[in-house]
Design a protein around this ligand. Structure first.
Ligand code: 6CS
Ligand code: FE
Length: 304
């Protein structure tokens, strides 16, 4: 295979650099069939994320939470590589590939309330690049340090272009106190290359605590002074859509209440991974789908 052109170099130099984003943010304008308003598309374009309060009902959230409990007590799943532990306490932090281990969560991935919106924004067929359940348990859930997801997916998985959107479905109320997702509006417009070389099997460490592939302090300070920080708080059932290059992170959860969410990453079918741009070997399939893929069949779903 000939090497693909690297439009977003990272983890190769000893100084961080900013690159202008080359790719569109929303790939399609508003039109009459759009499942988003013109204002929502503009907001996504401007901020790099969009909040959809109460997209799922309390009854649906209850169904999702029962499924979470079922997965969490499945010994096979807990013993697999897809189960990621907290760095200090060993409590369960994340479960990956839930669209493969759970029929219900496979259906949720195709739910038109989320997938049709993302299909519009990315203008075409989608598949799930990554899915996970993030638990952030009360008292024990540790932070996720600031990062751009695309930086990791480009360097370690070989995603060539920014044509990827993440969707987080809140399974518990996210308050300012229990470690909600924090986003930097406008940061999706620049790619900050990071310093440091990717070690072998970096994901085993980074999924518990990410220390490499994170922007330098000066770049972060600049981005935040420009755009500020928005906490994606909301009731359970609310949804956050965010661009693959929007800087985000979250604090530890020292409250008694968990902050759990379901997380899906949708990629356009024309943007399949190639060889990693900043690592020797690609990550395993449970963290990053490598294809061949079948486009998602988006449908109206009801859960009970
Ligand atoms: O590795 C991933 O795919 C995701 N997880 C972490 C901790 N950082 C990058 C990305 O969000
Ligand atoms: Fe992330």
């Amino acid at each position: 295979m000939t090497a693909a052109v690297d439009l977003y170099p990272t983890r190769r130099q000893d100084q961080p650099r900013w690159h202008e984003r080359i790719d569109p943010i929303s790939y399609r304008r508003h039109d009459r069939e759009a499942p988003l308003t013109a204002q929502q598309i503009d907001q996504f374009e401007r901020d790099g994320f969009l909040l959809l309060p109460n997209a799922f009902s309390a009854e649906e959230v209850a169904v999702f939470r029962r499924e979470v409990e079922r997965l969490r007590s499945d010994k096979g799943i807990l013993a697999s590589d897809a189960a990621i532990r907290e760095p200090d306490s060993g409590a369960l932090r994340s479960l990956f590939a839930i669209h493969q281990s759970s029929e219900l969560f496979a259906r949720v991935a195709a739910d038109e309330r989320i997938a049709a919106k993302i299909q519009h924004l990315l203008d075409g067929d989608l598949y799930v690049h990554q899915s996970r359940l993030n638990l952030k348990p009360g008292f024990k859930g540790k932070e996720f340090y600031w990062h751009s997801d695309f930086e990791t997916w480009h360097a370690e998985d070989g995603l060539p272009r920014m044509r990827t959107i993440s969707c987080s479905i809140l399974l518990t109320d996210n308050s300012p106190c229990n470690g909600p997702l924090l986003l930097v509006p406008g940061s999706h417009r620049y790619f900050i290359s990071c310093v440091g070389e990717t070690p072998d099997e970096h994901y085993r460490r980074s999924l518990r605590k990410q220390e490499l592939g994170v922007p330098d302090d000066a770049s972060l300070a600049d981005m935040v002074s420009e755009g500020g920080i928005t906490a994606a708080t909301g009731q359970a059932g609310s949804v956050v859509l965010f661009d693959c290059n929007t800087l985000h992170g979250s604090n530890s959860n020292i409250t008694p209440d968990p902050r759990s969410n379901l997380f899906y990453v949708y990629n356009h079918v024309d943007n399949l991974p190639v060889e990693p741009f900043g690592a020797d070997t690609p990550r395993p399939a449970f963290v990053a789908e490598r294809g061949p893929v079948t486009p998602l069949r988006i449908a109206s779903q009801r859960y009970q």
